[in-house]
Design a protein around this ligand. Structure first.
Ligand code: G3I
Length: 354
């Protein structure tokens, strides 16, 4: 049996030659990868039929880009609204997709009522409120969500110690560990991740996180994996990336490339995704996937993209320019970056024609 892949008007096709019969079928990421491939979505976007079709065909894991964050669930001290997250879970269940929970505790996207009152709480009051929030949410999604980013971005942006957030100030250095314990008390099976950015590009930040991991493991604090967000550019150091993969996997943890996008317009001067930029993006995607795919099976959790189409990326507002950072273009067409993902899996042995 010989296997080819090629781009056609229907997108990337596989040609499987069995005997003298050609069988063509549409290749999809979820069937090609040996690990879950995910995408960050919103209820509004998955309500669009074409969008829902592509997400259902290509991906085996979903993350809520926003609606499972405290700002959307935590409506007042001890009241919660799960409706938006529940609609996303229902969508995923209907398509045999797993759901990754993002995120229980973050210094950003807090509900307005909490932003307005948090400074007035004493430590014990805030600890009890946060514990009840974590345990209520984890209990609600028990059996529906396979994993949680328990605390998001708690390490200082430059990697030098912990971020001086209101949680650190009021709850002390060990609040991250206690949040993990609270989550574990409410679900013995859910995978608990620590999620952060620049882990593959800031050695100091990687080291601070590894120190936290070593401390957690020494004390038996529940931690199953690390989310490396991977909001990267074409200047990503593959050596730094590889070192992060090695150090984290050697500690027996699962690795989630949790928010992947590859920006290509760092100086804001690009007005279109040129063939040269598309090729550079494809090559980097291939390397990111290839090195991830070489991890031992037990260390691979998922690769999740932070959006489906280039035009929907958070990066446009964040950087002020188009970045063409994702796998699909505005018309839901697969980009060269998509081929790069397959190349990294070493499944697309040849590309008959682009
Ligand atoms: O829902 C409101 C809408 O009602 C309002 O009209 C509109 C204009 O103000 O704002 C909408 O809320 C926005 C929300 O996204 C939903 O679109 C918020 O203003 C906006 O701040 C929020 O941005 C999200 C950001 O996290 C919040 O910091 C991005 O979509 C989301 O991609 C981004 O994701 C984060 C991860 O959670 C953690 N890692 C970094 C990543 C990028 O910042």
């Amino acid at each position: 049996m010989r296997f080819f892949s090629f781009f056609s008007s229907l997108g990337l096709m596989a040609v499987v030659v069995i005997g003298n019969q050609l069988h063509t079928e549409k290749i999809t990421l979820r069937e090609q990868a040996s690990f879950p491939v995910g995408v960050a979505v919103s209820p509004k976007r998955i309500a669009q039929s074409e969008y829902a079709k592509v997400v259902g065909q290509e991906f085996s894991s979903l993350t809520a880009e926003n609606v499972m964050k405290p700002q959307y669930i935590w409506t007042s001290e001890r009241n919660y609204d799960f409706s938006k997250g529940d609609s996303l879970v229902a969508f995923a269940q209907a398509r045999q997709q797993q759901v990754h929970g993002h995120t229980l505790v973050w210094h950003l996207m807090q509900p307005d009522w909490l932003k307005n009152t948090i400074e007035s709480y004493d430590s014990a009051t805030l600890e009890n409120l946060l514990r009840d929030y974590i345990q209520t949410v984890v209990k609600h999604y028990r059996g529906k969500v396979v994993s949680w980013d328990v605390v998001n971005e708690a390490v200082a942006s430059n990697g030098d110690g912990m971020r001086e957030s209101v949680y650190l100030q009021k709850l002390g250095d060990d609040y991250v560990a206690r949040c993990h314990q609270y989550a574990r008390q409410s679900d013995p099976d859910v995978l608990l991740f620590y999620n952060d950015y620049s882990i593959a590009s800031n050695p100091k930040k990687l080291n601070t996180i590894l120190e936290m991991v070593d401390d957690f493991q020494a004390r038996g604090i529940p931690l199953d994996g690390i989310g490396m967000q991977m909001h990267v550019g074409l200047d990503l150091s593959l050596d730094d990336y590889q070192k992060a993969l090695d150090e984290i996997s050697q500690r027996g943890l699962k690795i989630h490339l949790s928010e992947v996008d590859i920006k290509v317009n760092s100086n804001g001067k690009q007005t279109t995704l040129t063939p040269e930029l598309a090729e550079s993006q494809r090559e980097l995607m291939s390397e990111i996937v290839r090195r991830y795919n070489q991890l031992p099976e037990e260390n691979k959790f998922a690769i999740t993209f932070w959006g489906l189409r280039d035009n929907e990326s958070w990066l446009t507002n964040h950087t002020g320019f188009p970045q063409w950072p994702l796998l699909f273009d505005h018309d839901f067409q697969r980009k060269s970056m998509y081929q790069g993902f397959l190349d990294g899996l070493e499944t697309a042995q040849t590309t008959v024609d682009k």
